[in-house]
Design a protein around this ligand. Structure first.
Ligand code: ATP
Ligand code: MG
Length: 239
């Protein structure tokens, strides 16, 4: 996944506001990258551009060697359905479907064959194999988030995007979900992009990129939560 010279503005004329300016980003397989920055710094706008939900003013976003900024609506729908796995703070599971059917839903929506063995395999990897026939309401928050990860992985996407995936979880469940994200990247050769406000969560990533006023402000590799927290305070203070 490669982003080159991406800029995004909202509004026009004197009211035009640049939410992102000249953003470059490369995600190679088996890398886990976190993005942090103050509220309004452009994190969600960047994710929206990667998912084709927002169109950048300039620059390119390449996923699987294809510039997605040139895709039409059908191509973008296919991108979101099959090529990028997304996990949000709210697990967004369908209450009326079993865990197994929630996991396989992206395949069903894409009209692809459902491989029951793969569904069970992913449920085992994320640790919810015993709950496959239950409904989401019969699961804890941490378990529901693990189901959401299995659902994100079922199409074998090129990138996993997680927007505050631990935002609604207690510390113990957060640790399980972050450990899971870590092992997905290492064991399944995935790339993951995590947006978080939590330095403890970002510390699980290989590198942390800091965004402020729509521009990269620097990065840390292999940093502790304490170092990330200090860097974040620094970024927030800049004029
Ligand atoms: N549709 C829009 N129209 C106008 N301005 C927008 C729009 N979407 C976002 N913005 C502005 O772009 C800037 C970046 O917003 P964004 O949602 O990307 O921030 P964020 O880093 O995700 O913040 P948070 O941590 O609060 O989620 C903000 O100033 C926001 O007001
Ligand atoms: Mg946001």
């Amino acid at each position: 996944m490669t982003v080159r010279g991406l800029s995004k503005s909202f509004g026009s004329g004197p009211g035009r506001f640049w939410a992102l300016t000249d953003i470059d980003l490369s995600l190679t397989p088996r890398t886990f990258t976190a993005i942090m920055g103050p509220s309004g710094s452009g994190k969600t706008t960047l994710l929206n551009c990667l998912l084709g939900l927002d169109k950048p003013d300039t620059g390119s976003v390449s996923i699987g060697g294809q510039n997605i900024t040139r895709l039409d609506e059908a191509g973008l729908a296919e991108l979101r359905r099959s090529r990028v796995g997304v996990v949000f703070q709210s697990y967004n599971l369908i209450p009326s479907l079993t865990v197994a059917d929630n996991i396989s839903l992206p395949l069903r929506l894409a009209g692809r064959r459902i491989d029951g063995r793969r569904v069970r395999e992913l449920a085992e990897i994320v640790g919810v194999a015993a709950t496959l026939q239950r409904r989401p309401s019969q699961l804890s928050g941490g378990q529901q988030q693990r189901v959401a990860f299995a659902r994100a992985l079922i199409t074998d996407p090129e990138l996993i995007v997680a927007d505050e995936p631990t935002g609604a979880l207690d510390t113990a469940s957060s640790d399980v979900v972050l450990g899971l994200l870590r092992s997905i990247v290492s064991d399944l050769d995935q790339r993951a992009l995590l947006v978080t406000h939590d330095p403890r969560a970002a510390a699980v990533a290989d590198r942390v990129l800091f965004l402020s006023d729509g521009r990269w402000q620097g990065e840390l590799r292999g940093a502790t939560a304490g170092q990330i927290s200090a860097a974040l305070t620094d970024v927030g203070r800049r004029p």
